[in-house]
Design a protein around this ligand. Structure first.
Ligand code: SAM
Ligand code: DTB
Ligand code: SF4
Length: 361
């Protein structure tokens, strides 16, 4: 199938990445596994938590995003910036639940100086004081703002390229690819770690995926982490009816990211509620070594932590730099044990799943 997809790639670098992507699957996996083991503990997964600290009414028009003010039909309750103390409650719970990194997202086009940003800086200080690694994703930033974030204790800045330069204008028109790259340079110069990745399933071609991977691997130094999101199609957005991503193609993207960026943390991000245990296992084997923990991403569902700990235990894997949290013995928030699903070959704990989960047997 891959080999019959027409390619218009023109440079040796791009053709080489395409050749990797098109390798027989067992060979691609083997190479990814080798690279993974040279640089990482292949049995460990970094656990991050996400918190939307300012939800909805974003001025950008990202076609995939329920938080864009341009998609008023996406049934989403906009919320003002969360107060520091409110965020710290969530951060303490995330820490007790076994997360080592706390990522705060705001539906902002860009950071603006003023009381709101000062409040975010306070929150960053508070979360860092809890001993959690702090990551922020707040849209575009200027150098002095990035420096203030760093001084407040922020370690990482997330800002995704999302897709190829060529396909980008089909997805977002309110900012450019170069705006995105400029912010990445700015945060790097301020001494922040860079987290940047993309989304698969936007309707991009295979070559667009190759070009995205090439853009990410061309950043020097490589991003410290690369989140690979599988589109979560949200009703009310222009991407609600997009075709689901071929799981094997998705694993190929992870494997190529691992091979191109050996030291980078590759994060299996949005879209996991639609992935089987087997598919996630294959992503970990291909080199993914980080996930978001907790029942919600920013606004869309994510597997419950009980389900994820059950999965890691089934795979004989463990949290990076830590143990399973004591709270996990009771499978998370409501004090119940994880209940592995008895349906043939599943084993998920569905006990925390809300209406947003569509798990098919
Ligand atoms: N507003 C900031 C920005 O765009 O950088 C930060 C928050 S934004 C929601 C963070 C990332 O979430 C986006 O760059 C995009 O890659 C991802 N994302 C948003 N909606 C998504 C969806 N429906 N499915 C998968 N990923 C999504
Ligand atoms: C990233 O690449 N994925 C996370 C994080 N960075 C901020 C966000 C996923 C959001 C999925 C849609 C939502 O929940 O709103
Ligand atoms: Fe705004 Fe970020 Fe959503 Fe784009 S992805 S609409 S910038 S919150």
């Amino acid at each position: 199938m891959n080999s019959t997809t027409t390619s218009t790639l023109a440079t040796p670098d791009l053709l080489a990445i395409r050749a990797l992507y098109d390798l027989p699957f067992p060979e691609l996996m083997f190479r990814a596994m080798q690279v993974h083991r040279e640089h990482h503990d292949a049995d460990a997964v970094q656990l991050c938590t996400l918190q939307s600290i300012k939800t909805g009414r974003c001025q950008e028009d990202c076609k995939y995003c329920p938080q864009s003010a341009h998609h008023p039909d996406a049934a989403l309750m906009p919320e003002p910036l969360m107060a520091t103390e409110q965020v710290l409650v969530a951060a303490r719970a995330a820490k007790a639940g076994g997360a080592s990194r706390f990522c705060m997202g705001a539906a902002w086009r860009e950071v603006r100086d003023g009381a709101q940003f000062d409040s975010v800086l306070n929150t960053v200080r508070g979360v860092a004081d809890l001993g959690l690694e702090v990551c922020c994703t707040l849209g575009m930033v200027q150098e002095h703002q990035a420096v203030r974030l760093k001084e407040a204790g922020c370690k990482v800045y997330n800002h995704n390229l999302d897709t190829s330069r060529e396909f980008y204008p089909e997805i977002i028109t309110t900012r450019t690819y170069d705006d995105r790259l400029t912010t990445l340079e700015t945060v790097r110069r301020a001494g922040l770690e860079v987290c940047s990745g993309g989304i698969i399933g936007l309707g991009e071609s295979l070559d667009d995926r190759i070009k995205l991977l090439h853009e990410l691997a061309s950043l020097s130094p490589h991003p410290d982490s690369v989140p690979i999101n599988s589109l979560v199609p949200v009703e009310g957005t222009p991407m609600a009816e997009n075709d689901p991503v071929d799981p094997i193609e998705f694993v190929r993207v992870i494997a190529v990211a691992r091979i191109l960026m050996p030291k980078t943390m590759v994060r299996l991000s949005a879209g996991r509620t639609e992935m089987s245990a087997e598919l996630q296992a294959m992503c970990f084997m291909a080199g993914a070594n980080s996930i978001f923990l907790g029942e919600k991403l920013l606004t869309t569902p994510n597997p419950g932590r009980g389900e994820d700990f059950t999965l890691l235990r089934r795979l004989g894997m463990h949290p990076l730099g830590g143990e399973f949290p004591v709270a996990d013995e009771r499978a998370g928030e409501d004090g119940t044990w994880a209940k592995p699903c008895t349906s043939q070959g599943c084993g998920h704990d569905h006990s925390h799943e809300g209406a947003g989960h569509h798990h098919h047997h």
